[in-house]
Design a protein around this ligand. Structure first.
Ligand SMILES: Nc1ncnc2c1ncn2[C@@H]1O[C@H](COP(=O)(O)OP(=O)(O)O)[C@@H](O)[C@H]1O
Ligand SMILES: [Mg+2]
Length: 340
């Protein structure tokens, strides 16, 4: 069965599309069949990262012309085992998808004959984004090592947690009204905690409330820090993990840490994933490590699915070690050139 891997972020420009393209290629090179799905409904550009021309029908065709199935939309990327479902071809109005349209897309995605479907999502916390993020218990949340990015990521998770509770109850049910009332009244750190409220829902409105609490407890968002610069980055990662656990009862794991790397914009300009263009670059090797961890984790597995990789401080150290190796390699290269 295909494993859906949504890739989200609190704000744009953090590297979701670059990550989707590179992670997809790394997984494909590791022998997995991968479909990249451009679900950035307002600003799709995943095709650019892969050098695919913008001329194919995209997900809009699926929503508005019901006769098509998602396999009609698969576009070759020029890489073995890596396919793209473009986001272009989306017609006006698609940016605000009704729940039925999302359900249809999700159903089609689950039928993809692939090992992984990476969902490149739009920025922000609209329900369009959040609903696709919730398609998996372990979606990837990309953050930058900046306080604003951490706060955005936290507020994204908060919206996701609320949406999960809300969606657990039928429309205009008392349970749903209780969620809305709590969301409206909630001020940070005051009164009942989010988790306390979720437990209360379970008691007051079984069985939906119990299911909601269970689903909340099984969420295991994977944070991925991109464009790292060093000093204090791990600290920021721990802060995100701590507030998400304390305020929302969510256990975050770290899927990876990638350094800021000037080779990345170069690869974007060249319209080739860096994993292909410069596989030995620290960024490409970092992405390959993320791919290994994700491929090794059991999809429905127990908590701690990324045990070996989830300590952000260790991930930061590894990334710097890779950068130092690359530096040493290029200096050795220069030295040899001089000797000749
Ligand atoms: N690790 C990195 N180092 C340097 N630049 C990066 C890195 N990751 C992303 N970028 C740059 O950030 C820009 C935005 O990336 P993109 O994937 O389009 O973000 P998003 O999809 O989240 O909006 C790209 O032009 C890319 O060159
Ligand atoms: Mg993008």
């Amino acid at each position: 069965m295909v494993r859906l891997l949504p890739i989200a972020s609190g704000k744009g420009g953090v590297g979701k599309s670059v990550l989707a393209a590179n992670l997809g290629l790394a997984l494909a090179r590791a022998g997995r069949t991968v479909v990249l799905v451009d679900l950035d409904l307002g600003g799709s550009n995943l095709h650019t990262c892969l050098g695919v021309k913008n001329k194919h029908p995209g997900l809009g065709a699926l929503v508005w012309k019901q006769e098509r199935s998602i396999s009609d939309l698969l576009v070759e990327t020029g890489y073995d085992r890596l396919w793209l479902v473009p986001g272009d071809g989306l017609m006006p109005g698609t940016a605000n998808l009704e729940w039925f349209a999302k359900k249809r897309i999700l159903k089609e995605l689950s039928s993809l004959p692939a090992d992984f479907a990476l969902l490149d999502l739009g920025a922000g916390s609209s329900y369009n984004v959040v609903d696709f993020f919730l398609a998996a218990r372990d979606g990837i949340l990309v953050v930058k090592p900046e306080v604003t990015s951490i706060l955005n990521a936290y507020s994204f998770l908060k919206t996701a947690a609320f949406r999960l509770l809300q969606r657990s109850f039928p429309e205009s049910s008392p349970g749903r009204a209780a969620v809305a009332a709590f969301a409206a009244a909630k001020t940070e750190g005051a009164g009942v905690s989010f988790l306390g409220f979720a437990r209360e829902l379970a008691e007051r409105f079984p069985p939906e409330g119990e299911q909601a609490l269970e689903r909340l407890g099984s969420l295991r968002p994977l944070a991925l820090m991109n464009q790292g610069r060093g000093g204090g980055d791990a600290e920021l990662g721990y802060r995100l993990r701590d507030i998400a656990l304390k305020n929302l009862g969510l256990s975050i794991e770290f899927a990876g840490y990638l350094l800021e790397d000037e080779a990345v914009p170069r690869s974007v300009a060249a319209r080739r994933p860096l994993v292909d263009l410069e596989p030995s670059s620290p960024f490409a090797r970092g992405v390959a490590a993320v791919a290994r961890r994700i491929a090794a984790a059991a999809p429905g597995g127990p908590a701690g699915l990324l045990e070996e990789g989830s300590d952000i401080a260790a991930l930061v150290d590894e990334a710097w070690a890779r950068a130092a190796e690359e530096e040493a390699r290029s200096q050795a290269g220069l030295g040899l050139a001089e000797e000749r």
